[in-house]
Design a protein around this ligand. Structure first.
Ligand SMILES: O=C(O)C(=O)C[C@]1(C(=O)O)C=C[C@@H](O)C=C1
Length: 338
């Protein structure tokens, strides 16, 4: 029996990603958690859990920053590292892609045409959704007296909340949720309109994580190399050594020199609480620390026969800190999503 944690409750798009990766074959336990941070924490601390599935990015409105910022902080605060390489307790082992067809959902049957200019609308959903249905929401706002968008920790959680509040609304107040058709069915709710996402093909990418192999050898940890013909993807994060011209290029050149193709790069800011206390490892004394810095996220694709040793050596000398988050096969849905 394997146990998989995910952003719940049942009916979230993350739940859909879990079922794609771990089909319900009677051999899998699904543990719905309340937040994305909780998925990381519980996987790290609860040995009863084997995997966690979290959203990473969406094709319409980009990064799920909750996840990016957790990976950023796990690298920056990692106690276990050697020669600038952070060795976090978690690693990425797979990816999934889910088509996100958003639905406007009500706890009771009502005609969407009934929403008039005296209606005070409260719409609940995960914050990542607002950027995926901007146009729809703007048009809806023109038709009603007021429209409030209220964040919930997940889309399916929004449906559950609206169902719990059923019958408790003021006469002209209506609560709706934006979630999947599965979430509506699971909660016995009604779909008023679908799909309401602005872009066809709206897709969210998910990561599958597990605790990293605690038998890391004495050598610097290197990505696990799967023996497969599938295109391999590795995710790594790093902080450049300083604000000197070319410091980012120096890191990217390590990949180029080792014939490794970078397929994505992004960054997340972080703030050093104090530039006077601790000195970063490898930092020359007296150099003033930057208060406002960036963690770079890079994904590289390669075949399985990569010699990582020179890459690790190069990154150790060209970055202030870096972390390999895992190597996994490119999921076939990457090529299929409409
Ligand atoms: O709330 C959910 O259903 C989730 O799975 C989270 C999430 C996200 O964080 O992006 C996943 C897919 C959609 O983009 C909307 C929300």
């Amino acid at each position: 029996m394997i146990n998989v944690a995910f952003l719940g409750p049942l009916g979230t798009y993350t739940h859909q990603a879990v079922l794609q990766q771990f089909p319900d074959d009677g051999n899998t336990q699904y543990t719905a958690l309340k937040t994305i941070p909780q998925c990381f924490q519980e996987l790290t601390n609860d040995l009863a859990l084997d995997y966690a599935v979290v959203p990473l990015e969406n094709s319409t409105n980009g990064q799920v920053v909750f996840t990016y910022d957790i990976l950023r902080d796990l690298m920056n605060e990692c106690a276990d590292h050697m020669q600038n390489q952070a060795l976090p307790k978690l690693e990425i082992v797979a990816e999934q892609y889910v088509a996100i067809d958003l639905c406007l959902i009500s706890s009771e049957a009502l005609d969407i045409e009934a929403l008039g200019n005296d209606t005070c609308l409260k719409i609940y959903s995960h914050p990542q959704v607002w950027g995926q249905a901007t146009g729809y929401l703007d048009r809806l706002r023109q038709r009603v007296h007021s429209l409030q968008m209220i964040d919930t920790t997940s889309t399916s959680g929004a449906v559950r909340y609206c169902c719990e509040k059923k019958g408790l609304d003021a006469p002209n107040e209506i609560r709706l949720a934006i979630a999947s058709s599965t979430a509506a069915k699971m909660h016995g709710a009604f779909i008023l309109d679908s799909p309401i996402n602005d872009k066809k093909g709206n897709t969210t990418r998910f990561l599958v994580l597990r605790r990293s192999d605690s038998q890391r050898g004495p050598l610097l940890a290197q990505p696990s190399v799967a023996s497969t013909s599938d295109q391999q993807v590795s995710l790594l994060t790093f902080v450049v050594t300083q604000d000197a011209p070319g410091s980012l290029v120096d890191v990217l050149n390590v990949l180029k020199e080792n014939q490794i193709n970078m397929c994505s790069i992004s960054s997340r800011p972080y703030h050093h609480p104090d530039d006077s206390k601790t000195r970063l490892q490898g930092e020359s004394t007296g150099a003033r620390r930057r208060k406002w810095q960036y963690v770079f996220f890079i994904e590289v694709n390669h075949d399985s026969a990569v010699n990582w040793a020179p890459v690790v050596t190069g990154l150790s000398s060209k970055s202030l800190r870096f972390c390999f988050w895992g190597t996994f096969s490119r999921n076939r849905r990457y090529y299929e999503m409409t």
